[in-house]
Structure formats: C-alpha cells, structure tokens
Design a binder for this molecule. Structure first.
Ligand code: GSH
Length: 213
C-alpha cells in the first residue's frame, strides 16, 4: 500500500484515520515504533514537530493527525464531489468546526489519562454529560444523520472514535443520549467499520500509551 502510518502501538491519535481508511476500502501499512526506540531520539529528530504520527502517501510526508484526516477527507468519498469534507465550502467549514470540537474533547481526555488519571477521572466522568450533550444536540437537530449534512465526513470518524473510547472509560455514558447512542451504533455497524472494529489489529491495540483507559 502507498499509505504508511508511523506511530506508537496504540489507538491514540491514529484510530480515527484508521477507521476512515478502513471504511473507504483503503489499505495501509503500520510502522509501529516501540517507545524505547523512540526514546533514543533519532526518529524524533527527523519529525517536523518532534512528534508522531507521521503519515506517508508515497513520497509525500505529513504530520499532525488532524491535517492527515483532512488530507484523506479530500482524497476519498463516494465521488469526488461527495468527499468526506462536505458538499461545498460552507459544509467544509462546518466539518472543520465539528472536528475542532472533537479535538478539544480529545485533548481534555488525553490530559486526564496521561496527567491526572488517579485524581481526575471521577471529575472528568462527572463533567462528561456536559461535553456529550453538545454533540447530542447537534445530531438530534441535523436530520441528515451525520455531524454535517447527509453524508459521512472525517469529523464523524473522529466523533465515533471518541464515543468508543469514552464508553470504555465510562460504560453507559451515552445511554442517556439517544441520538449519540444510535449514531455510534449505526456507524459501528457500517460493514467495513464493523470488520475493522472486530479485527485483531484493532482489538489488540491499547487505547493509550500508559495502559490507562
Ligand atoms: N498535534 C499533534 C497531532 O495531532 O498529531 C500531537 C501529536 C502528539 O501529541 N504526539 C505524541 C508524541 O509524539 C503521541 S500521541 N509523543 C512523544 C513525544 O512527544 O516525544
């Protein structure tokens, strides 16, 4: 495959792009970097911002997980006009807005997981309905069935990943949000996403690098 994902052996910031690729019928190669190799610093020194993931499409190299998602969003979709990035510039802007909000929640989650798990987890779970209710309202207001319009976008894969990892953190956390719950079930049941979620590759990958989830 032309696509190569270089990342640690975790779901982390890459499971969204993996679900996007799987759902779009794409193949990719995983270049898994053990953390002790990373700590030697040679690869880090070659990364533009000193971090992973790194994404390669042939001889084109990209960093920053959300830029990678947008690159793939422009390249895939049923037809070029129905990309994973909305139907027009306004839908593209709304898709970016949704993804930025997913990024906000991902950062909040990562901060708790990596810096404050023991003390902060309970408060995080207590506050979670406040975060989820925003997405619940968006999905129940939009009759198209997705975050934006009536077709899947790269932001939907991001939200799906967040919903899946939050249901591991706090089982049942979407149960009081009917739109979110059915959205997560419907996206997870898309045949290629279902196959991906049931794959050993996905199931055996820890969510986070420190074993917390
Ligand atoms: N904004 C970046 C993105 O979205 O790709 C964040 C990348 C990032 O935080 N990478 C972490 C990393 O490389 C792993 S998820 N950590 C190792 C290090 O900084 O040395």
């Amino acid at each position: 495959p032309a696509y190569v994902i270089t990342y640690f052996g975790v779901r982390g910031r890459c499971e969204t792009m993996r679900m996007l690729l799987a759902d779009q019928g794409q193949e990719w190669k995983e270049n898994v970097i053990p953390f002790d190799i990373w700590m030697k610093g040679d690869l880090k020194a070659t990364c533009v911002f000193g971090q992973l993931p790194k994404f390669e499409d042939g001889d084109f190299t990209l960093y920053q997980s959300n830029a990678i998602l947008r690159y793939l969003a422009r390249a895939h979709g049923k037809r070029r006009l129905r990309s994973l990035y909305g139907k027009d510039d306004k839908q593209a802007a709304l898709t970016d807005m949704m993804n930025d909000s997913c990024e906000d929640l991902r950062l909040k989650y990562a901060r708790m997981i990596y810096q404050d798990y023991e003390n902060g987890k309970a408060k995080y779970i207590e506050d979670l309905p406040g975060d989820l209710s925003k997405f619940e309202k968006i999905l129940s207001d939009n009759k198209g069935g997705f975050l934006v319009g009536d077709q899947i976008s790269y932001a939907d894969y991001h939200l799906l990943d967040l919903l899946l990892i939050h249901q591991v953190l706090s089982p049942g956390c979407v149960d009081s949000f009917p739109a979110l719950k059915s959205y997560a079930e419907r996206l997870s049941a898309r045949p290629k996403i279902k196959d991906f979620l049931e794959s050993e590759a996905h199931k055996s990958r820890p969510i986070n690098g420190n074993g917390k989830q």
